[in-house]
Design a protein around this ligand. Structure first.
Ligand SMILES: Nc1ncnc2c1ncn2[C@@H]1O[C@H](COP(=O)(O)OP(=O)(O)OP(=O)(O)O)[C@@H](O)[C@H]1O
Length: 147
């Protein structure tokens, strides 16, 4: 993946750094709060690239994240809207996603896999308690907070 840079760009109260990932409709940037220095991941989405159904799914993802506060679900700190774009300011997971972990480590010890699965189960339980199902579970959507 080409590492684009947003360096020098300011989004809300955040100074944007390098690109840390991308999805089908998003680019994810590393950023820091310009006063506290807190690290965050900013998911930038160009609304024009989404059809009506995808815009509705995004809005529903946002409203779910806004109301859930749980250690196994990524926190949504802020939503910053600009003309044609939305920025989701998310808790930064320094360890990247599980697919990166597997690529880095080759294989995962049983005890580590059990640990990850327990945390995944705890996160899924929160969704279940909110009458939600994930429908897109994959290593790329499981994040590791500490690297
Ligand atoms: N909070 C975060 N902390 C650290 N890295 C992140 C964070 N959010 C996303 N990333 C990185 O950005 C990548 C893309 O994330 P994003 O959520 O945009 O896409 P996706 O949901 O995996 O893709 P798609 O929309 O195609 O299903 C992730 O795989 C991960 O590497």
């Amino acid at each position: 993946m080409a590492q684009a840079t947003g360096r020098g760009r300011v989004v809300g109260d955040y100074l944007v750094g390098g690109q840390i990932g991308s999805g089908s409709f998003s680019v994810v940037w590393h950023a820091r709060h310009r006063v506290h220095g807190t690290q965050v991941a900013i998911k930038e989405i160009v609304m024009g690239r989404l059809n009506k159904k995808l815009q509705e799914s995004l809005m529903s993802e946002v409203s779910i994240l806004k109301r859930i506060n749980h250690p196994n679900i990524i926190r949504l700190h802020d939503i910053i809207e600009m003309p044609g774009k939305i920025h989701l300011v998310l808790e930064y997971c320094k360890g990247g996603d599980l697919s990166m972990y597997i690529t880095r480590n080759g294989s995962v010890h049983e005890a580590t896999a059990k640990h990850f699965m327990q945390q995944l189960a705890a996160g899924l339980k929160v969704l279940r308690d909110n009458n939600l199902i994930h429908r897109d579970l994959k290593p790329q959507v499981q994040f590791i907070l500490f690297g």
